[in-house]
Design a protein around this ligand. Structure first.
Ligand code: SF4
Ligand code: SF4
Length: 428
């Protein structure tokens, strides 16, 4: 017998089985290794962090790994994180801490409710407090803190996209709040500042106008919703943003709060009330429009003769259970052929932008074969779609970049639902 504690084995010096000589090393049998002897310092550090306790509940069934979008392009998933912690990885110093997009697909299948949506922000918060977070994230947080948006753009430019509109939205920031509005539209950062987001914002404005919606925007008073900042562990900043936006929501009386960003939807519905004590009548714009489908349909007069597929945003679908509203709109598009991708609805793939992923492409690139958005674009092309339809402001730019980097320009277009509805209403 060997003396080494992990190398106990039995071995017969001489053994012949059915004429085959398996003497010595050929019949050596090791004893099971003792898993409990691992150093659990870092595992304990994680499970003792408030919010991250469930990391310790994993029993290694592996259901999560097959559905983890990051594992599809690399090696990841709660099971693997648990095992790494068990064998001595310090998650607080590892890039693994930043690869999770909080897409929630693992929690959907986990029998032990190991909850990455709580574990990740809790552990990341400790790292943010120590100031040892990735540089690209640090810059984004600094921008949000100083300017109220992740791009670091001037708050004054938040309404620049409205300039050339024939009928721009009512800008509530220029009013004293004495006159209420039916729909308060929270535009969001990427719609307000990104070139392709601007296209969708202008399109949705025209759609609202044609539906004769009484709507207004917060203009320069709007600030980032903070949900992604919460998920990367900047709780203090999230709370500041929640207080600020809530003050505007209270000041400008409205019937419904309509959002374009599923992350804002998630924040206002599930997380702002815990900070502000207020509840919000919030709907995603696809829900708002699908509720008005009867009025909308007759306005869709111009055919859009393309093959369409739809990408479910994680924070509208899995996180908040809305799969149908965007589909109701897509199937109402005249002349279009709708086709589902293999991974859709609750099993949908992730674009890679959630949970801070939007600003972590550098870290991800070191650990993955391709971007999640590239993997998704390949799927859309594979099923024969000509247009990848989206309804999250992060996605148009992410997927358009992925179309280019996967050499699919000319094969696949990326369009916000609002852009297609606007196109079909042309001339109305
Ligand atoms: S599904 Fe849950 S219990 Fe199973 S390996 Fe993954 S985290 Fe662990
Ligand atoms: S939340 Fe999504 S990205 Fe994160 S570990 Fe789970 S399946 Fe993977």
């Amino acid at each position: 017998m060997s003396e080494h504690k992990y190398e106990k084995f039995t071995e017969k010096e001489e053994a012949v089985v059915e004429g085959i000589d398996i003497s010595g090393i050929w019949n050596r049998m090791y004893e099971p290794r003792e898993l409990t002897e691992y150093d659990l310092t870092y595992m304990d550090k994680v499970t003792e962090t408030p919010g991250a306790e469930s990391m310790g509940w994993c029993y290694q069934c592996a259901k999560c790994v097959g559905v983890c979008p990051v594992d599809h392009v690399g090696s990841y998933g709660p099971r693997k994180l648990f095992r790494k912690l068990q064998t001595g990885t310090n998650l607080f110093e590892s890039d693994d801490l930043w690869l999770c997009t909080t897409c929630m697909n693992c929690l959907r299948v986990c029998p032990k409710e190991v909850d990455m949506m709580k574990i990740m922000p809790a552990v990341r918060e400790q790292v943010v407090l120590e100031g040892t977070l990735p540089g690209e994230l640090q810059e984004m947080l600094q921008n949000v803190s100083e300017y109220g948006n992740p791009m670091g753009e001037s708050p004054r430019k938040r309404v620049r996209w409205t300039k050339d509109l024939e009928q721009p939205p009512r800008d509530l920031s220029k009013e004293d709040g004495s006159e209420s509005v039916e729909v308060l539209w929270y535009v969001s950062d990427y719609y307000a500042y990104h070139g392709r987001g601007n296209d969708a914002a202008r399109a949705l404005t025209r759609v609202f106008n044609r539906l004769e919606v009484d709507f207004g925007i917060l203009g320069t008073l709007e600030k980032c919703d903070g949900d992604s900042q919460r998920l990367v562990g900047e709780t203090g900043l999230f709370e500041e943003l929640a207080q600020h936006n809530d003050e505007q929501f209270q000041k400008y009386k409205h019937g419904t709060l309509v959002v374009t960003d599923p992350h804002a939807f998630n924040a206002f519905k599930n997380h702002y009330p815990k900070v502000t004590g207020n509840e919000y009548r919030v709907v995603h714009y696809t829900q708002y429009l699908s509720n008005r489908l009867k009025e909308l349909k007759p306005l869709l007069v111009k055919p859009y003769e393309k093959k369409l597929t739809f990408h479910d945003p994680c924070y509208l679908g899995r996180h908040n259970g809305e799969y149908q509203a965007p589909r109701d709109l897509v199937v109402a598009i005249p002349g279009a052929e709708f086709m589902e991708m293999y991974r859709c609805r609750e099993q949908s793939y992730c674009c890679g932008g959630g949970g801070g992923g939007m600003w972590l492409d550098g870290v991800s690139a070191d650990h993955t074969r391709e971007r999640l958005s590239e993997n998704r674009v390949r799927e859309a092309v594979e099923i024969g779609a000509e247009v990848l339809v989206v309804c999250c402001p992060y996605e148009v730019s992410r997927f358009e970049d992925a179309v280019k980097s996967t050499d699919n320009e000319g094969k696949l277009e990326v369009r916000d639902i609002a852009e297609i509805l606007d196109y079909c209403m042309d001339g109305v």
